[in-house]
Design a binder for this molecule. Structure first.
Ligand SMILES: C[S@@+](CC[C@H](N)C(=O)[O-])C[C@H]1O[C@@H](n2cnc3c(N)ncnc32)[C@H](O)[C@@H]1O
Length: 306
């Protein structure tokens, strides 16, 4: 398996992606028999996984079809983007809205890639009928096909051993066993309706964390923690995890979008296992170098002890 060691530009643009902290989180990933990513989105952690065998799920079918196309048909995926992108450059905004209408009728995953790369801030948003409803980012042309093609080939190589499924996270995780690892990045509190027109039930999610603890699956959970004095997380019950690390990630895409004050976000990262002191030191050092810290990283202990 080819494993990524440094930051890789995203192939699918996704507001809320873990791209910025992925190389830092990579230090924390334990060796594992298999890696599970049940909220895959744009899959920022996929290239860093520590096991050849990967299982990635999401509830958005077109997203999973797109991942499968990138894995199995990179050439076609490039051609399809190229065609739509050139039409946008030649015809302007009407081309974007044609693709959006086409997507809402046919659910073509290639339309979905084009929309993710050209919509406002890469914000994947569906209305209550399930139609994609974000607008064209007028001031940006969208990534040039020549650049995207390199990324598509790179990502395609990294995900050859990943099985992608359209599934609720329970289903993706149902076969995870002792020795496996799960990277968990559920929708944030306060992002209702951005991905799916339903609420995410954190109480049910915490039951799943407890089940994974009983089975012996190691996990890392990320939440969009705090920005200034606003807290976006539902605090995870402390009996479920061992360690909580706060990592600075830059500014929240949501505060940016809402045009509220641009406070640095401290991403809360929870682990149900204890990494070595050396690993934690590396994460902290990496954070300082890469992100020229805008806030202090901090660490807290949960109550879970094996
Ligand atoms: C915060 S995003 C994940 C971002 C991803 N880590 C990345 O780097 O791009 C959360 C994802 O969870 C998916 N999702 C929401 N509810 C879900 C559920 N019940 N089961 C599985 N996936 C779900 C959303 O469609 C979205 O792609």
């Amino acid at each position: 398996m080819q494993r990524c060691v440094q930051s890789l530009a995203p192939v699918i643009k996704w507001s809320g992606s873990k791209r910025k902290i992925a190389p830092m989180l990579a230090y924390l990933l334990p060796e594992a028999k298999r890696c599970f990513e049940p909220f895959v989105g744009s899959g920022a952690m996929l290239p860093f996984r520590t096991s050849e065998i990967g299982m990635a799920g999401d509830v958005i079918p077109e997203l999973i079809q797109l991942w499968i196309a990138i894995r199995d048909e990179p050439e076609l995926t490039i051609q399809e983007y190229d065609r739509r992108w050139r039409q946008l450059q030649n015809e302007g905004h009407t081309a974007y809205y044609q693709v959006r209408d086409s997507f809402n009728t046919t659910r073509n995953p290639h339309d979905f890639l084009f929309l993710s790369r050209t919509c406002v801030n890469g914000l994947i948003r569906f209305n209550k009928n399930g139609d994609f409803n974000n607008s064209l980012h007028h001031t940006r042309p969208g990534i040039a096909p020549e650049r995207l093609s390199k990324l598509i080939y790179q990502w395609s190589r990294y995900i050859q051993d990943v099985t992608f499924i359209v599934a609720d996270y329970h289903q993706t995780l149902e076969n995870a066993q002792m020795g496996d690892f799960a990277f968990l990045d559920p929708p944030y509190n306060g992002t209702k309706g951005r991905y799916m027109p339903t609420d995410f039930d954190f109480e049910v999610f915490y039951l799943e964390l407890a089940r994974l603890n009983r089975v012996g699956v190691k996990w890392i959970l990320t939440f969009d923690g705090t920005a200034g004095d606003r807290a976006y997380e539902s605090p995870v019950p402390s009996h479920l995890y061992m360690i909580k690390v706060g990592l600075p990630t830059g500014n929240s895409p949501f505060t940016k979008l809402m045009k509220t004050s641009l406070d640095p976000v401290i991403e809360s990262v929870y682990l149900n296992f204890e990494p070595s002191a050396e690993t934690l030191r590396q994460v902290m050092n990496f954070g300082q170098k890469e992100l020229s810290l805008r806030a202090n990283q901090h660490m807290e202990q949960g109550r879970l002890f094996n």
